[in-house]
Design a protein around this ligand. Structure first.
Ligand SMILES: Cc1cc2nc3c(=O)[nH]c(=O)nc-3n(C[C@H](O)[C@H](O)[C@H](O)COP(=O)(O)OP(=O)(O)OC[C@H]3O[C@@H](n4cnc5c(N)ncnc54)[C@H](O)[C@@H]3O)c2cc1C
Length: 530
């Protein structure tokens, strides 16, 4: 069979699409094959119930690299990011904590709970911004392999060393603490207000099977601090039309460049001959050849399912088997007839336009984790809610609303029962938890969609339901993601590359993985290594 494509990209999530767009723009002929009927992977909008458009999985955006937005001219292809203003935390004692993007207002609100914390909040924000700026260039870097330092690797390490040196003494200590401490221990050094620490620590556990007191979670705080929207550092927003609009804009840019994209094209096998990838075989039996295959799906699917152990070195297989997924979250999306009315701040105020965080205390968060440790979904989970229809009315019929609830913990491995039997009970727990804070909630639900970790695996190809294609823990980051020695987007199979969230710099709607991998592949091509 003649070779028709230069590159076949496995999976049409946002990283696969970005990867394809950069390759095609560099003159390669690229085909993207997506298993589902719709593009976007975990960054997808679907009209699950007539008139109600859900950002079924991911729901807010911040980390998407600004250079990718510029290079692919995404606003021209329909991307519009709308601001998400603040975080509202209802408390168990009937009070609330409501931080907004207006600095003076937030300061006054925190001072209402603790004057000391209001002072510390400014210092904390500055320190995190400095550290975020230190780490940010690493996102666009191919991680150097410390065991095989060539000239480029040495230059990269020197660059990092220089940046570290430019941090203030205080920030140097903070950086080391962030790498080693738990989110709560780190925050304890700054704050005393319990719901403030609980809500802030939540970003440290997202996508991990760890609790807010587990060492290493402080780093994940920083990962969520590195985004910016229109130059506003660490801001989060909604995409008009849901997160699928981001993927659609990228797909349009890719198509305009000449990329061919096929949906409902599930890849069964990556063909390997003489240690080299040569193309793919679809579930339908169709075979398509290409010079290079680039996989945006996770390493378990790529290597264990699509290739097979017999083609791979034993130590690499061991590393891939050890790679941790341990999905811990689910999603419940609601179509609502009215807005939730919170006991602690009644009415349809601006507090409903930002994130609403059910994280009233550190103990609450830790107890939610205790359930998961012993194989149950949390009886009272951490929930991060947004009501995008308040900012973007296009996602719901007039007068109606959509509400997106990210829920943790929902462990992939349940001790009793299975996710098919527990799914609706999990949905009920989420409804009960929200109703405790907003008593009208139960009565305003028109429809609900429950997405369990098993659904994430079956429908989105996320092994064990991990939202980031593998835990964002320190031992699986930078030059260790997805495996030691294989963090440079290459694999032990020649002409097989990786370009999804399981590579550096990890998960989130960021696009850096797809772009970095494209540059690595193009550079290898230029040097005759492909
Ligand atoms: C519930 C949930 C909530 C999240 N919330 C946020 C959030 O609010 N903000 C944020 O920034 N990030 C969030 N994330 C993470 C973020 O969405 C992901 O990290 C990101 O979308 C992954 O993009 P990707 O392109 O690397 O991979 P994916 O999106 O996983 O794309 C891989 C693609 O490959 C396809 N595929 C799988 N198997 C095959 C096959 N055999 N043949 C062909 N194609 C195949 C899949 O269908 C999928 O489209 C969330 C994720 C989830 C699941």
């Amino acid at each position: 069979m003649s070779e028709k494509y230069d590159v076949i990209v496995v999976g049409g999530g946002h990283n696969g699409l970005i990867h394809a767009a950069y390759l095609q723009r560099a003159g390669k002929k690229v085909l993207v094959l997506e298993r589902r009927h719709v593009l976007g992977g975990a960054a997808v909008t679907e009209e699950v119930f007539p008139g109600f458009k859900f950002s079924v999985c991911s729901y807010v955006v911040s980390l998407l690299r600004p250079e990718i937005i510029r290079d692919l001219d995404l606003p021209r292809h329909g991307l519009e990011i709308l601001p998400l203003d603040g975080t509202f935390t209802p408390m168990l004692n009937g009070d609330y904590l409501w931080r907004v993007n207006d600095h003076a207002k937030t300061r006054r609100e925190i001072a209402r709970h603790s004057r000391v914390d209001a002072e510390a909040y400014d210092e904390y924000g500055k320190a995190m911004a400095d550290m975020g700026r230190f780490v940010k260039p690493i996102l666009g870097m191919t991680p150097p392999d410390p065991t095989k330092l060539n000239w480029k690797g040495l230059q990269d390490l020197l660059f990092l060393g220089k940046r570290f040196r430019s941090l203030s003494g205080e920030d140097k200590y903070n950086q080391v603490q962030l790498m080693t401490m738990s989110a709560v221990d780190f925050l304890d050094q700054w704050f005393e207000t319990d719901p403030l620490k609980a809500t802030m620590s939540a970003s440290g556990i997202i996508g991990t099977f760890l609790g807010v007191r587990s060492p290493g979670t402080a780093y994940v705080l920083l990962h969520h601090y590195m985004g910016d929207i229109d130059g506003a550092f660490r801001a989060w927003g909604f995409a008009r039309g849901g997160t699928g609009a981001i993927s659609n804009a990228i797909a349009e840019a890719a198509r305009e460049a000449g990329v061919e994209i096929r949906t409902q094209a599930s890849i069964a096998k990556i063909k390997v001959s003489g240690g080299k990838a040569t193309g793919v075989v679809l579930e339908s039996g169709e075979e398509i050849d290409a010079r290079v295959v680039s996989s945006s799906v996770d390493p378990r699917l790529t290597f264990m399912k699509m290739i097979g152990e017999q083609e791979l070195p034993g130590d690499f297989i061991e590393d891939i088997k050890r790679y941790k997924f341990r999905g811990s979250s689910g999603k419940v999306n609601f179509a609502l007839d009215a807005l939730p009315d919170f006991k602690s701040l009644p009415g349809a105020g601006a507090h409903l336009r930002g994130a609403i965080s059910i994280s009233p205390s550190v103990e609450y968060m830790e107890r939610a984790y205790d359930d998961a440790k012993y194989g149950r979904f949390s009886r009272r989970p951490y929930i991060d809610m947004v009501l995008p229809s308040l900012t973007d009315p296009s996602v719901a019929p007039p007068g109606k609303h959509v509400m997106s609830c990210f829920v943790q913990y929902a462990p992939y491995h349940l001790k009793d029962g299975n996710w098919d039997t527990e799914k609706e009970k999990f949905g009920d727990t989420v409804v009960d938890t929200i109703t405790e804070h907003a008593p009208n909630f139960k009565n305003i639900i028109r429809h609900r969609q429950v997405v369990t970790p098993l659904d994430l695996e079956r429908e989105w190809g996320l092994s064990e339901g991990n939202i980031f294609q593998g835990e964002l823990t320190l031992e699986q980051l930078f030059f260790l993601r997805p495996a030691p020695g294989w963090a440079q987007y290459r694999t032990p199979i020649k002409n097989l590359y990786m370009c999804g969230s399981a590579t550096h710099p990890g998960g989130g709607i960021m696009g850096a993985n797809g772009k970095n991998a494209a540059f690595k592949l193009l550079s290898d091509w230029k040097r005759g290594k492909v």
